[in-house]
Write a protein that binds this ligand. Structure first.
Ligand code: FUL
Length: 470
């Protein structure tokens, strides 16, 4: 029996690998940590950067313990200070008194997270408020040279993160003026992305517009209820899109059937700010808040990029460590027991009647084996018979995204003893859809109905759990 034809755009290998990661951490750390600012001006003395007890292993341990898969470090934020000894500027760690100018935070964080089995990625701000050349073609060459250093000197990189904040006031080598650039043309993004592809072919590239990963359009860590894996971004005025010039509302939802596979990343900080401020120690998000964010990001087909900023010691603050540990525990508990594993699964149709596409593929733990139906059957259903009364409040669905995003709407019913009664409906599924119920539902049998899909289904996972209360 032939597998179904893929529908529309499909992910590249590097996008697939990234989507499997689901939860990554962001580390915002630079001179701002020491000046108590969110955006440095670019005139900071490099010696301001002076962690008193830098401990990358403790940072990596806290992140690994909470289940993070990758870590992205702000190697250079808008202030231009480089956390590695770059040859491109004197505004770097090599010109700081910290570790007598021999320190390299990029090297140390990369090594520590890899020791814990996590992958390492880089954030390099295109906007540089220190560089005298900012605004000229020379600066674009410098930005590319910095990328080249980061992408050749620090092992395998899983993600390259280009920020969308571009141009404005700054120090600019003493000029202290406002510099505006044309966001669409100045940086020559296509050439820069070619360079990244050449140096790190496995890395995904994030920006407001991709080319691999799109910004979700807000900094709350939340994708909308309906969020498609495909998108054709447009600029704020409806013209071509570029980093820093994108219609954020379109980015949030994506579009069903768009020409590019462009999954969303939801970035958010565990604290109100991106950098560490002692005044925010009492404002660290709780494990329950983080779990809610997870449900609304990963559970809507996106990845979560959670920022946890190191403090002036160069470690995560105890409040953040505790919250991360609690979040990790909630995740482990939530998905510990899949009630569908022991259930009898009764599909209304199986593609060609073939065991290759039967409903057991939904519970085999493999994201790419799948239940599929005959080409003509686009709205099948599946009865999940637990054989006894079970309570649950969290359901997980995954499509085999190698065949594109296919399903547009679905519903869940429970058997009351005399009839089927709908208890949840949903839209986009893609890599992951979580349905979280306000209170647990009890039933002997439930039914999944696919209610809208232009083509036959390719559903890879069904999970039924009793997770944390909402
Ligand atoms: C924004 C930046 O301006 C913030 O400082 C932070 O780095 C955030 C992740 O992206 O555009």
């Amino acid at each position: 029996m032939e597998p179904p034809e893929p529908f529309g755009a499909a992910p590249s290998e590097r996008q697939l690998r990234w989507q499997e990661m689901e939860v990554n951490a962001f580390l915002h750390f630079t001179v701002n940590t020491f000046t108590d600012r969110e955006w440095g001006n670019g005139d900071e003395d490099p010696s301001v950067f002076n962690p008193t007890d830098f401990n990358p292993d403790s940072i990596a341990a806290a992140l690994a313990g909470a289940g993070f898969k990758g870590v992205i470090l702000t190697c250079k934020h808008h202030d231009g200070f480089c956390l590695w000894p770059t040859k491109t500027t004197e505004h770097s760690i090599a010109h700081s008194t910290w570790q007598d100018g021999h320190g390299d935070v990029v090297r140390d964080i990369a090594a520590a997270v890899r020791r814990r089995g996590l992958e390492f990625g880089v954030y390099l701000s295109p906007w540089d408020r220190n560089a005298a050349s900012y605004g000229t073609p020379e600066y674009v060459e410098m930005y590319r040279a910095q990328l080249r250093e980061l992408l050749t000197g620090y092992g395998q990189i899983f993600e390259v993160w280009h920020d969308g904040a571009n141009g404005g006031d700054g120090y600019y080598g003493g000029a202290r003026e406002k510099r505006s650039i044309d966001r669409r043309t100045y940086y020559g993004w296509p050439q820069t992305w070619d360079l990244i592809r050449m140096l790190q072919p496995g890395a995904v590239i994030f920006s407001d517009v991709g080319p691999d990963i799109r910004w979700v359009g807000n900094e709350k860590g939340i994708a909308p209820e309906t969020s498609w894996e495909t998108d054709d971004p447009v600029g704020e005025d409806g013209g071509p899109a570029a980093p820093g010039d994108v219609k954020a509302s379109d980015n949030e939802t994506g579009q069903f059937g768009a020409s590019r596979w462009l999954p969303a990343e939801c970035d958010v900080s565990i604290r109100p700010g991106w950098f560490y401020h002692a005044s925010e120690d009492a404002k660290v998000k709780t494990p329950a808040e983080l779990f809610n964010i997870y449900v609304q990001s990963v559970g809507r087909g996106a990845n979560l990029l959670l920022n946890v900023p190191p403090d002036r010691r160069g470690q995560l603050h105890e409040e953040d460590i505790q919250s991360l540990a609690g979040f990790g525990k909630l995740l482990r508990l939530a998905f510990r027991t899949n009630l569908a594993l022991r259930a009898n699964l009764i599909p209304s149709n199986v593609r060609g009647g073939s065991p290759k596409f039967d409903a057991h593929k939904l519970v085999d733990g493999d994201r790419y084996t799948y239940w599929s139906t005959d080409d003509k059957v686009t709205t099948p259903d599946l009865i999940v018979d637990f054989g006894r009364q079970e309570s649950f409040n969290l359901l997980r669905l995954r499509e085999n995204i190698k065949l594109g995003q296919r399903i547009q709407e679905f519903a869940f019913d429970k058997w009351t003893g005399t009839k089927w009664e709908e208890f949840a409906t949903g839209t986009s599924i893609g890599a992951c859809r979580l349905v979280r119920l306000k209170s647990p539902v009890s039933a002997r049998r439930i039914r999944l109905r696919i209610t809208k899909s232009p083509v036959c289904v390719a559903l890879a996972e069904l999970g039924v759990y009793l997770g944390p209360e909402s």
